[in-house]
Design a protein around this ligand. Structure first.
Ligand SMILES: [Zn+2]
Length: 355
């Protein structure tokens, strides 16, 4: 073998070797403090921005920590701040409804839900919290259904049927009522989401929608998205999932220092996230960050069921320091920020209704 052929062979082997041993890219799909502590020694962070966290794993990563990661090529996952036009097309009717969002009512409901000793799914206090939310939505005139994936683990669906030929189309707003079970806590995660949902329901009870408006209070999210999975499965089996034209999830919408709301979905609904960004410019004082690569909350089962679905959540890079801790109390909540997210999701529901 001459020198040139030998060099070619060596170079070729090197290229094959390096392509085989190129470290694989994973997306981190858990932020639970316990998980993060456990997997931290095995990761090399490639990119971390908001909800998007991409890593390489060390060779000796134990199999039991692999549940925290999803293999990705890096294509189709991204995080960026979109250009938001200060829209000149602002509907005066929608603007009027967003102006009715009451910061004090959101505060009141966050405190009400945080006053239960625990909202851990299955506990008696969780069931009392669900009963209280059900009572509020009933008193607003919504028609209520209850879906239980276990006798002690129920979610609530509250509907206002549309008035017109598009009443079959459903626009849904959701948030989980359960907490991880710390005492008198879970204010941000996720009393904030439920309180905003109740306030949007209060304001929209007076809106004569063409489509059906649905409010879904999920349960068992912290144990594995059980309530949302159960309901999405049921709608898939009975065919009603096809009626859902938009689903919005709210999970942790109360802690903020920078005025950014993160909008998360999968790549097929990136256009939906960009549409939300434009609404944010038109109806709120917030900035948006779009994250593509959905994980870890109740929007996921609906995305998997092909419903155009989005998560609205506080900016994950600056999320509450009390995440899943006993210090997740009402005093840490920025109620004006939560009210802006209420305005955004209300505007999205009304704009979708007009289509
Ligand atoms: Zn949550």
């Amino acid at each position: 073998m001459d020198k040139i052929n030998l060099a070619t062979l060596l170079l070729g082997s090197l290229l094959v070797f390096s392509s085989i041993h190129k470290p694989q890219l994973y997306q981190v799909i858990s932020s639970h403090p316990h998980d993060v502590k456990e997997f931290s020694p095995f990761i090399k962070t490639i990119k971390q921005d908001g909800r998007l966290w991409l890593v390489n794993l060390k060779k000796n990563t134990p199999s039991h920590v692999m549940k925290n990661f999803r293999l990705t090529t890096g294509r189709g996952v991204k995080s960026y701040m979109p250009i938001v036009l200060k829209s000149s097309v602002v509907s005066p009717i929608i603007k009027d409804f967003t102006s009715r969002i009451d910061v004090a009512a959101i505060k009141n409901d966050v405190e009400m839900l945080s006053n239960y000793k625990t909202r851990l799914v299955g506990s008696s206090d969780n069931q009392k919290a669900i009963a209280q939310v059900k009572q509020i939505l009933t008193s607003l005139g919504y028609s209520i259904s209850q879906y239980c994936y276990r006798p002690d683990a129920c979610s609530i669906v509250a509907d206002k049927v549309g008035d017109g030929s598009s009443a079959d189309d459903v626009i849904m707003l959701m948030g989980h009522v359960d907490s991880v079970g710390k005492n008198f806590a879970g204010a941000d995660d996720n009393a904030s989401g439920v309180a905003v949902l109740l306030e949007v329901a209060r304001v929209l009870k007076d809106f004569n929608s063409k489509k059906t408006l649905r409010f879904f209070i999920t349960n068992g999210e912290e144990s594995g998205l059980f309530g949302a999975e159960h309901y999405a499965d049921l709608l898939t089996k009975n065919g009603e999932i096809k009626k859902m034209v938009l689903a919005i999830n709210m999970d942790m919408v109360g802690y903020n220092s920078n005025g950014i709301v993160e909008l998360e979905t999968d790549s097929q609904y990136e256009g939906l996230a960009q549409w939300f960004s434009q609404l944010t410019g038109a109806y709120t004082s917030l900035k948006t960050k779009i994250t593509i690569g959905a994980w870890g909350s109740d929007h996921v089962p609906f995305i998997h069921a092909n419903v155009p679905t989005l998560l609205t959540i506080e900016n994950w890079s600056t999320k509450t320091p009390c995440y899943h801790m006993e210090c997740d109390k009402p005093s840490t909540i920025n109620y004006n920020y939560a009210a802006e997210i209420a305005k955004l999701n209300l505007a999205a529901m009304m704009t979708k209704d007009a289509e």
